[in-house]
Design a protein around this ligand. Sequence first.
Ligand code: X2X
Length: 337
Amino acid sequence: MKKFTSLALAAALALGALPAAADYKDEYRVSTVVPAPFPWGIAAERWAELVAERTDGRINMAIYPGAQLVQGDQTREFTAMRRGVIDMAVGSTINWSPQILELNIFSMPFLMPDYAALDALTGGPVGERLFEIIEANGVIPLGWAENGFREVTNSQRAIRTPADMSGLKMRVVGSPIYNDIFTALGANPTQMSWADAQPALTTGAVDGQENPLTIYSVLNMHELGQSYVTLWHYVADPLIFAVNQQVWESFTEEDREIVRQSALDAGAHGIEVARTGLTEDDQSLIEQIEGYGVTVVRLSDEERQAFIDATRPVYDAWRDRIGADLVEMAEESVANR
Ligand code: X2X
């Protein structure tokens, strides 16, 4: 580095002109849970491709799926990124909820009835607030992609009422709100990582699980005995593109802008892929799953209301943990969508 007077140094710092591309790492490690062709992995790959192209290879990002950088324990991804064990991630709000309680907003049962509601949260004041909180925790969030609305599946019977869930052994994800939801519904939830979930489904150690239908279809869960799907749209998990703070600060201003814009572009693409075949106008993915002989239950409004009522105590209990202000903000965003 050339000699700077302290004034010039301060000015350079202020302009963000100090980091030099020459100091960049050979590779930036990007954590995801699932790889392409899951929409999640597609979004991460697109991000890496766009950044490589737009920086002429200055920033080389490699995707590490399976949460392998944290030995498969996806609930430790956020902490590892904060500490710099992971440089970057495209992570689910569920998996980061143990550290950032407010991200449980997306896991509030039946808060978001449709894609417009999900977009109203990520694209509105709730999304802004969440990004501030993440940044205050030492990680730089850049944009949103999507895992999707999580539908419930199982090997035993069609679920139309909360009573149909009674006693079903369900694999759930790593935020305690899921234990509460499935317990309230009379099921028998057991929390496990995605790495453990796959063998548990294969061997029948669990009866069911909940995940977006893109996960169901890429994994061919109908071949794992998951013969019953209920479209209940109870929660959705968006994905967040994020970068460790020190890594972010090491990038030049120009490169930060490229990394951010590439995340936004990759996110738009990822969201489109995540919704393909799952919208009102295009139900082709659902039809494909029915074509395998799977029973797909579409709940009437009345039937759905029974699930809303049964999980209301969980919603109310978590309102306080997440923060009543944020929950109110979210409810307003949904109502005004
Ligand atoms: O573990 C899951 O179910 C998954 C892949 O959807 C997440 O990482 C939240």
